[in-house]
Design a protein around this ligand. Structure first.
Ligand code: AMP
Ligand code: GLY
Length: 426
């Protein structure tokens, strides 16, 4: 089967790498792809906001399955268009992608279905939002309703900060994403991510991970898309994972199907492990980045078989996903300046040397210049990944590889995995 993979980050390089291992794969195409993906796929410039162009490409290249990496095309309804053209697609419909695209949609669904999550108020009025603050303690969480590239969440420690956050959101700081806000009770606990594949009926667990959102060592500095991750998240014990599936993921999938918006794809639940059990922080309608990279390192099953079974409503008919118990860890190398304005064009060398001792380097934000020199082209640039007998061993292999990479205009955190390594030592 020929596959078109959409996206060009580290998540998509990891997916391409795994798809390419499948005997079921014919030819892999990617758009836009990146130099790492190009090792497995033919890369093309296709405007994914032009659904007709994507469909025409699929017809011209006999594509049997489209795999959508990022959330924006899903929220934009690309999966609906591709499906309507009779082509299988891995990724939810526009209506189902509201689980990520609208925080208020998800909170309302949780309230209706009795899914454990933080108490909240959703409103599109600045005055109502300010008045609602009185009903919350401190800290309080203020979120822009729509997609804001992971930046639309403020944890306000004081009433003044909460007030300012509401003003900023209604003032247009996040554009239309802030036209409505959700105010939430602050939950305490450890965070973990749980992934599930579903075709709208059948649900299978698809691994867990923990990431490091802050840019600096010891979890300091501004939030990022993720500076590193490891899998599994052992803090999410089998008992807690089952509880999360039974009380959070399964009722969500059921409620979506009942509402005529059956969810098909990967459902990524951000969980807070509170004293009262797992509670939902948020959903994403795609794989996490860089969580996907560590999941793919651990996945033993055939990814083509899994993703096409999801796309074609055949998940119940195939063997459930199998993951190696060995943990995997990834370190993000970012360009100087990230998560602000990253420096572009920094030269990168040494990837082959970095991979010599068993690490795998996924390209996240790279491109080749006219001379073929690899250069940084984004904020997060490389995902230096490894597995090992322990998280500590995986980390040692990953950092050994990091040290073999020559990327003068880049940096990384030096403490990825610290929580889990402390527990292993514990
Ligand atoms: P989100 O974009 O919804 O995942 O939020 C980003 C981050 O904000 C999460 O990973 C949490 O660390 C934090 N956060 C979001 N909502 C809450 C909440 N209700 N209580 C505590 N922390 C939260
Ligand atoms: N690493 C967090 C995310 O993909 O949303």
């Amino acid at each position: 089967m020929n596959i078109l993979l959409l996206g060009g980050g580290g998540r998509e390089h990891a997916l391409a790498w795994k798809l390419a291992q499948s005997p079921l794969l014919g030819k892999l195409h990617a758009a836009p792809g990146n130099p790492g993906i190009a090792e497995h796929a033919q890369c093309h410039a296709i405007d994914v906001t032009d659904h007709g162009a994507v469909i025409a490409f699929c017809h011209a290249h006999a594509i049997g399955l489209v795999v959508v990496g990022p959330e924006a095309p899903l929220v934009d309804g690309l999966a609906d268009s591709v499906r309507a053209a009779g082509i299988s697609v891995f990724g939810p419909s526009r209506a189902a992608a509201q689980l990520e695209g609208s925080k208020g949609f998800t909170k309302d669904l949780c309230a209706r279905a009795g899914i454990p999550t933080a108490g909240y108020v959703r409103t599109d009025s600045r005055e109502d939002a300010l008045a609602a603050l009185a009903g919350f303690g401190l800290p309080v969480v203020i979120k822009a309703d729509g997609l804001a590239a992971g930046k639309g969440v403020v944890i306000a420690e004081t009433a003044a900060e909460a007030h300012d956050a509401i003003d900023d959101m209604f003032g247009g700081q996040f554009g239309s994403a802030g036209a409505a806000v959700v105010i939430e009770e602050f939950m305490t606990g450890e965070e973990a991510s749980l992934f599930a594949l579903t075709d709208g009926g059948t649900i299978v667990a698809f691994g867990s991970a923990q990431d490091h959102k802050r840019v600096g060592d010891n979890d300091t500095g501004p939030n990022t898309g993720g500076m590193g991750a490891y899998s599994p998240a052992r803090v999410l014990t089998p008992v807690l994972e089952q509880e999360a599936i039974t009380r959070i993921i399964a009722p969500t999938v059921r409620a979506m199907a009942d509402a005529g918006m059956a969810y098909s794809g990967v459902l990524y639940a951000g969980l807070m492990l509170t004293a009262d059990g797992p509670k939902l922080i948020e959903y994403n309608c795609r794989f996490g980045d860089p969580e996907c990279q560590v999941l793919m390192l651990r996945l033993n099953s055939d990814l083509v078989e899994l993703l096409s079974a999801v796309a074609d409503n055949r998940l119940a008919a195939i063997a459930p996903p199998d993951f190696a118990p060995r943990p995997a860890l990834t370190v993000v190398m970012a360009a100087d300046g990230y998560p602000g304005t990253p420096s572009r064009g920094g030269m990168i060398a040494g990837i082959a040397a970095a991979e010599r001792d068993g690490a795998k380097v996924f390209h996240a934000g790279t491109q080749r210049d006219d001379e073929g020199v690899l250069r940084a082209s984004g904020g997060r640039v490389l995902n230096v990944s490894a597995s090992g007998a322990t998280v500590r061993a995986a980390r040692d292999t990953a950092y050994h590889a990091v040290d073999a990479i020559d990327f003068a205009e880049g940096f990384c955190r030096r403490d990825i995995g610290w929580r889990e390594i402390a527990r292993e030592a514990g």
